[in-house]
Design a binder for this molecule. Sequence first.
Ligand code: TYD
Ligand code: MG
Length: 472
Amino acid sequence: MTRPKERSRTVFFCRECGYESPKWMGFCPAPTCQSGQPLVEATPAKSNPTNSSWIPTQSEPVQELSVLELDSQQRIESPCQELNRVLGGGIVPGSVVLLAGEPGVGKSTLLLQIAQDMAAAGRSVLYVSGEESPHQIKLRSQRLGFAGKGIFLLSETDVDVVVDRLEEHRPGLAIIDSVQTLYSRDTPSGPGSVAQIREAGLRLMRWSKARQTPVFLAGHVTKDGSVAGPKVLEHMVDVVTYLESQEYGAFRLLRCAKNRFGSTAEVGVFEMTGAGLAEVVDPSKTLLAQRYDQAVGSALVTVLEGSRPLVLEVQALTSFSHLPSPRRVANGVDHNRLLMLTAVAGRRAGLDLSGQDIIVNVAGGMRISEPAADLAIVLAIASSLHNHPLDSEMVVFGEVGLGGEVRTVPQAQRRLQEAQRLGLTRAVLPDATLDAEARPPGMGLVFARTVSQAIKAGSGDRLERREAVATE
Ligand code: TYD
Ligand code: MG
């Protein structure tokens, strides 16, 4: 009996999540995927590709969890503390880390700096670039001020050649810039397609695990913020990090979206300078350095970036409007949130904002997405409207509801501690959910139930103090 000849089977993929189906469908049926896009055709790679034959193939025995011994997993500590923080305490050998970000945000710069740090610590680095020539990389390394000893460059896009070179050189760290440029000859679809990225990702994963060597992959993100092409890659790799630029300015935040070896709550802060990305070890301090006391329309708030508290300055400017519908400009805060807060401040706290243009800005070009900043925005607007500065040693936080009520926000204690660390002595915050022992000693706390109370607490004290000075 003759066996039916094996045909190359065509499968269909979802571009977003990598869902695979033997037949075409007009939308992705995966319950977690809401792409609503039709599946795309791709011929899968031949199973067991010949050029990966060096990978050990014996299967692992079944082990009971309780008897499993942890081989003390040594992390490779980078001199870059912000990177260590985001990765959960250093680079895990045999881990694959995706560094995603928009074009121009600084991925290649950060990767080259990581390469330099590792090379300086005696680990050779193979830097594979499918986007830039070695000449261009040399120019960048000169700009960053290092000679490049211990960093080996390879301009290659064929993933099998890349794996072969990795096998030859056995570097201590591999960097692929970017994963979207890689292709595998066994997969017929074009570079950058789901099937290609999946295949390239898989082969690099296999190499990384087999040789216990970390691999960093740069990945582009699309306009809507997802890693271009495939969510498949995010499922596959061990760590997914995003390098984000803020609204304006030179700050870059490195966030972790997935981490098999640590928490995803850590955020690294960098600043793009003329000589690469510089670590910002104390971002609150850096951001507040240029603030001057007694500024009208300025309020301080502690927001949480992941689990990291940051004290930011919210500024507001109100000015008489000549327009029939006054303007509302939001820089670094959500525009709709600003509209809501001005409406609440008008109706519930009696601020007469109807004839005023309002501009709200977060200093340093930072972006706030937390509702905890609501109260600071309202107080900054009130301060500008009344032309009275808020107490310059005061921090304000709390979510504002449509009824003008001030709602609690998580981690009040951490927010207060960060404010106190920076020398702030007073706080206006939502009505007591904070246990007495959680209150930082020496800090004057005013608990506000409503926006009106908060505005009074924010500015009233100052007026009283001024009067006190005047009568002396
Ligand atoms: P790059 O790392 O090439 O971004 P990506 O790989 O994410 O596309 O760098 C992007 C920008 O950073 C580039 O427009 C120039 C700027 N830059 C600096 O400001 N200072 C520097 O030292 C370097 C190397 C780049
Ligand atoms: Mg780049």
